[in-house]
Write a protein that binds this ligand. Structure first.
Ligand code: SF4
Length: 409
């Protein structure tokens, strides 16, 4: 069963740490949605059909960028196009990413701490497509909110457009609107973030009654404003041992709150794992639409749409109602690359790597190689084998990259 990812590559402004493909030319949204629907229709044949000719889909993820810049009708149009051309399972997980400032607050005064400007009011709400019950329906039934931190000073540093108060209000409003599956994103290891500030973020996060939490260590990506600020000495990285302690506290607090630690950076109440993201780690096929989006055929072929809005819109105009050839690159994974990805993705999750699967897909020799390379880490308590599964111990999650690199082909 396949997943669909829809990329909305527009942001009102750029956050200093972000290296995702997005542009601030959001006035081009209307033309973009037309092109996107064209691509959604056209690429249906890339997924296998069942014996009734249906292309079945069990997850849809609308991410960005900032999907909450879509108007209601634009989001509805995307979802309608998907439903017209794919057989979306009745209980499909349909996620929309949102920024807190884009959710219309029912009773919230817009105080000085609120950075929303009048131009933000609400042409940019795609939320009529959310079903009022938050349950299975024709709209989205899961919302992922990009909160990052509940500290206003750090939010300003990151050039986020919302305040901590606004983020809390957004969660409360979504809950009041009946959305029963809410995920929030946090970042730790921010410049100037202390253990106390991080504990405060965790206090707030686990008090909100959300079902899912993704928490990532800040990374300094080349080409970002944050990268340049560090080079100029305007910000300093937090010490490694502080970041390790932040992660340790995150794991403890999540466990105390009843969250399952099902992937290195992901925590969920039972029954609320992200089905869409989980399919990436289990090599299910998926199609990604929009510039910069990735696809995988479930075997060994990856496709990346080129990250260019101009190229995308131009190709759609050139198609003039005919075939829309989205500019893209294709990569066919070798056996070694496929093995490496299988081990990396497996170790990221609580399920771990299935040794029998490694034997069946890559041969006994490769499985023995994996066992041999894992042995010193097992002795050192960084890896463990439970049944047929090799998995990381919690104490080694922060150094998972080092462990994984030892297991590569
Ligand atoms: S973090 Fe999100 S909102 Fe900020 S620039 Fe990146 S995609 Fe846009």
């Amino acid at each position: 069963m396949a997943g669909l990812y829809v990329h909305i590559p527009f942001c009102k402004s750029r956050c200093i740490y972000c290296d995702f493909y997005s542009t601030t030319r959001w006035a081009e949204m209307e033309a973009y949605v037309r092109a996107l629907c064209h691509e959604i229709r056209e690429r249906r044949s890339e997924l296998p059909a069942d014996d009734r000719g249906r292309v079945c889909v069990r997850t849809i993820y609308i991410g960005g960028g900032t999907p909450s810049l879509l108007s209601s009708s634009q989001l509805a149009s995307i979802l309608r196009t998907i439903r017209e051309h794919y057989a979306v399972e009745p209980d499909a997980e349909v996620t929309v990413e949102m920024n807190p400032e884009d959710w219309p607050l029912s009773n919230s005064p817009r105080g000085e701490e609120d950075s929303i400007t009048s131009e933000d009011k609400n042409e940019n709400m795609g939320l009529a497509a959310l079903p009022p019950t938050g349950g299975a329906g024709r709209g989205a039934n899961r919302v992922s909110l990009g909160i990052q931190t509940f500290d206003d000073g750090l939010l300003r540093l990151l050039r986020r457009r919302h305040s901590a108060g606004r983020a809390v209000e957004a969660v409360r409003s979504l809950q009041q609107a009946g959305i029963g599956n809410i995920s929030i994103d946090l970042i730790y290891g921010l410049p100037g973030q202390t253990l106390e500030l991080w504990e405060h973020d965790l206090d707030v996060a686990f008090s909100l009654g959300v079902q899912h939490l993704s928490a990532y260590a800040l990374s300094y990506e080349c080409g970002t404003a944050l990268w340049q600020m560090r080079a100029r000495g305007e910000v300093r990285e937090v010490a490694d041992e502080v970041e390790v302690e932040m992660y340790r506290r995150l794991c403890v607090r999540a466990r105390e709150a009843g969250f399952e630690h099902y992937e290195i950076s992901n925590f969920a109440l039972p029954g609320y794992h992200s089905r869409h993201n989980s399919s990436y780690w289990t090599f299910a096929p998926y199609l990604g639409f929009g510039p910069g989006a990735h696809s995988f055929d479930g075997q060994r072929t990856r496709r990346s749409n080129r990250p260019s809005l101009d190229g995308y819109l131009l190709a759609e105009r050139d198609a003039a109602g005919g075939t829309f050839r989205v500019p893209h690159d294709v990569e066919v994974l070798s056996d070694d690359e496929l093995y490496d990805e299988t081990v990396m993705c497996g170790l990221r999750t609580r399920r771990g790597v299935d040794l029998c699967e490694i034997r069946d897909r890559f041969g006994v020799e490769r499985m023995e190689y994996l066992r041999a390379m894992a042995a010193p880490h097992i002795v050192a308590g960084r890896l463990a084998v439970t049944g047929n599964r090799l998995h990381l111990q919690e104490s080694a999650l922060m150094i998972s990259d080092d462990v994984m690199s030892d297991l590569m082909a």
